[in-house]
Design a binder for this molecule. Structure first.
Ligand SMILES: [Zn+2]
Ligand SMILES: [Zn+2]
Length: 383
């Protein structure tokens, strides 16, 4: 397409022209270049097409504003493979009626409105989303869950044909199976032949005289069913997994969509998860921390024994290798980290307090290194 002229210029109108005046200007120009008045004149034909194209855009509010904003690119006529082509042949008589409306409808399908897709082409079914809530442990180890899925399935009554049992679809008599019908339209410039999708069969070329009662002839039904799904070990909260081909049924033999299951994980009272590692906090007594002890720690694999050494401090972390969560889609596991909380005893009896006081009297700086170094620092700073 060579340099295109400005549409307003083509119609010889001002940018602010009203719809009525636009229509009038268009009629004038269309009459001027009509092919019937200039048989065999390629230049006139070109001009006629140009005028039609300009009017098609400027008479449409959306297209006009796009054109005003972006110029020809906003209403790219290359997007219109056959729009003006209809005018190539067969202009018979003359009958100037309401041009605007007639051309509006004629061009309607060509520009922007898009290429009509073939209703018989295979189409993939869309994806279906579902969700499931599982426990921390189930996520860590994987599990099977039964979920409810609502999806479009092939009608089992007619096996997707849409026809009542014992009957079948027949060739559409309106379009003889073509799916398209020719439309003869009388226009001010004569009779124009166009084709459009057949109404009788919706462009499919076949009709179902006795539709299936279950699906109403669609061949598809919406159904909610229970489905047992295998949830992979290691999945984390908010993650989803996909079951290929378990979504909505495809059309015309197209593949099914997928089922996407989002997983929600209930929080655990003791464990917290970071990646594939598990964290927990275990309270010990200050005597256990001081003297060292063997403590019991819950893990995903049950209880295990953990030795905490003499002089364990509050906040010290112990690692239990491979006691974490199985890695999603890989072998191996994360680790478990145990953080030590030291519980300071409360509600002590007189006797207990007395023992502690005696004990305290026998401690020295060697027993409390941190305490000593801290107060040494304070001394340095303030004295
Ligand atoms: Zn059916
Ligand atoms: Zn038909």
């Amino acid at each position: 397409m060579a340099d295109k002229r400005d549409y307003y210029e083509v119609l010889g109108v001002d940018k602010n022209i009203s719809d009525d005046d636009l229509k009038k200007a268009y009629r004038k120009k269309a009459k001027l270049y009509h092919p019937d008045l200039h048989p065999g004149d390629a230049e006139a034909e070109k001009k006629f097409k140009e005028v039609n194209e300009a009017y098609e855009v400027l008479s449409d509010k959306d297209k006009r504003s796009r054109y005003d904003q972006f110029g020809h690119a906003g209403v790219d006529p290359n997007f219109n493979p056959g729009g003006a082509g209809g005018f190539g042949g067969g202009f018979g008589g003359f009958d100037f009626g309401d041009l605007g409306d007639i051309f509006g409808s004629m061009f309607g399908g060509g520009f922007g409105g898009g290429s009509r897709s073939n209703p018989n082409a295979p189409r993939r079914g869309s994806d279906v989303e579902s969700s499931v809530t599982i426990s921390f442990e189930e996520a860590a180890k994987g599990c099977k869950k039964t979920i409810k899925v609502t999806r479009i399935e092939k009608c089992s009554e007619c096996e997707g044909s849409g026809a009542k049992k014992g009957t079948s679809a027949t060739t559409c008599s309106t379009c003889q199976g073509r799916g398209q019908v020719n439309v003869t339209q009388r226009t001010p410039f004569g009779v124009v032949q166009t084709s459009r999708a057949c109404d009788a069969c919706g462009g499919k070329g076949k009709v179902i005289p006795n539709p299936c009662g279950t699906c109403g002839g669609k061949g598809l039904v919406r159904r909610t069913s229970e489905k047992t799904v295998e949830i992979p070990a290691g999945i984390d909260d908010g993650q989803a997994f996909r079951l290929s081909g378990e979504g909505n049924c495809g059309l015309n033999g197209g593949p099914n969509g997928n089922l996407i299951v989002e997983v929600n994980i209930r929080p655990h009272p003791i464990f917290e998860r970071q990646g594939y590692d598990v964290y927990c906090e275990i309270p010990v007594t200050f005597v256990q921390a001081t003297l060292g002890a063997e403590i019991t720690v819950p893990t995903l694999d049950g209880k295990v024994k953990l030795n905490i050494h003499e002089g364990t401090q509050a906040g010290d972390m112990f690692k239990l290798r491979d006691k974490g969560i199985k890695r999603l889609n890989y072998s191996g596991k994360g680790d478990q980290y145990v953080k030590i909380l030291v519980e300071i005893p409360k509600d002590l009896s007189k006797e207990q307090k007395q023992i502690l006081k005696e004990f305290d009297a026998k401690t020295n700086d060697k027993n409390y290194k941190k305490n000593k170094s801290f107060f040494d620092k304070v001394k340095d700073l303030f004295d």
